[in-house]
Design a protein around this ligand. Structure first.
Ligand SMILES: [Zn+2]
Ligand SMILES: [Zn+2]
Length: 290
């Protein structure tokens, strides 16, 4: 084993090279924007800049900025994130307001099943129009009705309505656009889109968006909606963790393709989205964002 003994000289050499490399890096790490002058050769001159208070989900800190090179900053005096204070009232920590602490599959406040959890929250788009209005808000959960809408197999739109619904309705012109939205996790538009569709199609007949919005439970929540195609994707992804979810059939989304088609999601294994004629009949599952 003698030949495996470390050579002290070699170790020193490596240590020395590492030290020189470190010093060289430190000396070049703070240059002015042109890179021509080492403004911080003599070291950074950190000055206190601002204080960011901790929140439920992010650490707080004092920000220091090098007076020689303002792009060089350092966080000091880190204060650990607070964590949520869950209870019957909203979390009292500044800027939070989360009220609940649900796990996947739990029964939500609307009597549905929790299928999507966003600890950092997501934006639910607001709506102002002929069917009413609601302000944009931050939600942390999506819950899904435990059963399909009463009428099984509903159309998305009317045969007579061969036009593109505009007025801000989410529109994915092709499968690539849907895939990108799923990859980017674009959610929070289904509630607003449901109202846009109802405003356009009226309330004389039944169709998917109207049926979803009319879903109600003993909890009296009236903010159920037809999920967007991305929200349906996340519902399909959760089916193994949430009991009682559909494992077959296709469900309409509130996302449009073009004047004649809308997006639906197949829950049969392995599942996937597809474009269909708006007058085709598919299942409807209402969801809530809160
Ligand atoms: Zn500096
Ligand atoms: Zn909180």
């Amino acid at each position: 084993m003698k030949n495996l003994t470390k050579n002290p000289k070699l170790t020193v050499s490596f240590g020395f090279i590492a030290l020189i490399t470190l010093i060289a890096f430190a000396m070049t790490a703070c240059k002015d924007p042109t890179g021509s002058t080492d403004l911080c050769d003599s070291g950074h001159d950190f000055q206190f800049t601002s204080t960011t208070a901790p929140t439920c989900i992010d650490d707080g800190f004092d920000l220091y900025t090098c007076s020689r090179t303002p792009s060089v900053t350092e966080q000091r005096n880190i204060i650990a994130k607070l964590g949520h204070v869950f209870g019957s009232a909203a979390c009292p920590n500044t800027g939070c307001g989360i009220k609940y602490n649900y796990a996947l599959g739990n029964i939500g406040p609307g009597g549905g099943l929790i299928f999507y959890i966003a600890p950092d929250g997501f934006n639910v788009e607001g709506y102002t129009g002929t069917t009413g209005s609601f302000a944009q808000y931050t939600a942390h959960y999506l819950e899904v009705a435990p059963a399909n809408a009463a009428v099984s197999g509903q159309r998305w739109g009317l045969a007579s309505l061969g036009t593109l619904i505009e007025n801000g309705l989410t529109n994915y012109a092709d499968a690539t656009a849907v895939s990108t939205a799923i990859t980017d996790g674009v959610i929070g538009n289904g509630r607003k889109d449901t109202q846009i569709i109802i405003a356009e199609l009226g309330t004389d007949v039944e169709y998917a968006a109207r049926s979803a919005a009319a879903y109600t439970t003993a909890s009296n929540h009236t903010d159920w909606f037809l999920p967007s195609i991305t929200e349906l994707y996340f519902l399909r992804q959760s089916t193994s963790a949430v009991s009682g979810m559909p494992t077959s059939g296709s469900f309409w989304s509130s996302s449009q393709v073009n004047a004649s088609n809308a997006w639906r999601y197949s829950f049969s294994s392995p599942g996937g989205f597809d474009s269909s004629i708006k007058t085709d009949a598919f299942s409807v599952r209402a969801v809530r964002a809160f």
